[in-house]
Design a binder for this molecule. Structure first.
Ligand SMILES: [Zn+2]
Length: 354
């Protein structure tokens, strides 16, 4: 609900501000007088492949966003940002870092050529189990099950009875199941619930549903040769605070080791699945330290400066709406809500991304 109110207010406002050039002017003034450091997170970039698949940032919009960031920011790699913070340096102008979560194939097909064209560094955080087993992320698998089933009701002990006849009912069922149940229950219970739904809704997920959707290791190596950096994002994308210590240890260590084995280099950056404060606990941080991760990124748009905690760097979630992207990226949104003393909702709540 908060997201709907926020989006209804912010979308037209951002379009208006963009139309009169305020975002550009604001980003330019920040560059001169109060430089800001921002990390951006993308998921999918490219055309919409399937009705059931989480929507992406269109490749033309992505290119415009990169062009705009190049004109208002210096785009550096995440590793360079780590050095900047470690050396306690203030940036000379606005600084941006580009990241991608999960490891979708469209990062290779559509984003990589644009990043090469503009010579922009980026880090892709890989969910290694989805690459190894050519599987979908659990959230995408849930979307596939609910959006493609012929059943018109979900009946389940944990969920009760939920109507899923229309697309609208399916969308609200998905929101409820994903955000309010699956992201809050113990990881193993979530895995079982997904299996129950697949069986009870009569949906057969193809043997290798990740084919055509998730990256292959060959594509990862080609991107690495082209200058893209990689970080770990676990094996199966659990909410780490819902996982047992043993599960979390496996998820963190195994994802790091798999990428290191494929690329033959040390992996030192990490992105928390879902990335909100409730998704991270002391065990998670301890495991990252034990495994020599030098930085970890969240999905909370907290401001970054030379004092920032390297294991909790905030990111701005991007959006397919170009005006809204500029509103978020220029600093207008975060400075505006700070100014009026309003509680800062996640950018996810504004952009509508998950
Ligand atoms: Zn993710």
């Amino acid at each position: 609900m908060l997201y709907q109110i926020a989006r209804k207010t912010v979308e037209p406002l951002s379009a208006l501000l963009d139309s009169i050039g305020i975002d550009d002017a604001y980003a330019f003034s920040k560059k001169l007088f109060a430089p800001q450091i921002s990390i951006f997170v993308y998921h999918r970039v490219g055309p919409q492949l399937h009705d059931w698949l989480y929507r992406s940032v269109n490749e033309y919009i992505f290119e415009k966003q990169i062009q705009w960031l190049k004109s208002t920011h210096t785009i550096i790699s995440l590793e360079e940002l780590v050095d900047l913070i470690r050396e306690n340096k203030q940036p000379g102008g606005n600084v941006a870092v580009i990241t991608f979560d999960d490891g979708y194939k469209d990062n290779y097909l559509y984003a990589f050529p644009i990043l090469k064209k503009y010579q922009v560094p980026a880090t892709v955080f890989l969910t290694t189990g989805c690459i190894d087993q050519r599987k979908l992320l659990w959230g995408d698998a849930l979307d596939y099950i609910v959006l493609t089933t012929a059943a018109d009701t979900i009946e389940h002990d944990l969920l009760g009875t939920i109507p899923i006849k229309s697309r609208k009912e399916k969308s609200s069922a998905l929101f409820e199941i994903k955000q309010n149940i699956m992201k809050k229950i113990p990881n193993m219970q979530k895995v079982r619930l997904l299996e129950d739904l697949e069986r009870e809704l009569g949906v057969e997920i193809p043997e290798h549903p990740g084919d055509g959707i998730m990256l292959s290791w060959e594509e990862v190596r080609k991107m690495r040769e082209g200058g893209i950096l990689f970080g770990a994002h676990t094996v199966t994308h659990p909410i780490l605070s819902n996982a047992t210590f043993k599960e979390a240890k496996f998820e963190i260590e195994q994802s790091k080791h798999r990428i290191e084995a494929e690329l033959g280099e040390q992996i030192t950056t990490f992105a928390y699945p879902n990335g909100k404060p409730a998704d991270i606990n002391a065990d998670t941080i301890g495991l990252l330290k034990q495994n020599n991760f030098t930085c970890a990124v969240t999905t909370l748009p907290t401001k970054i400066n030379h004092n920032s905690d390297l294991l909790g760097l905030g990111r701005i979630t991007t959006t397919n709406n170009y005006s809204l992207f500029k509103f978020l990226a220029s600093g207008l949104y975060s400075d505006g809500i700070h100014l009026i003393g309003f509680h800062e909702p996640g950018c996810n709540q504004i952009s509508g991304d998950h």
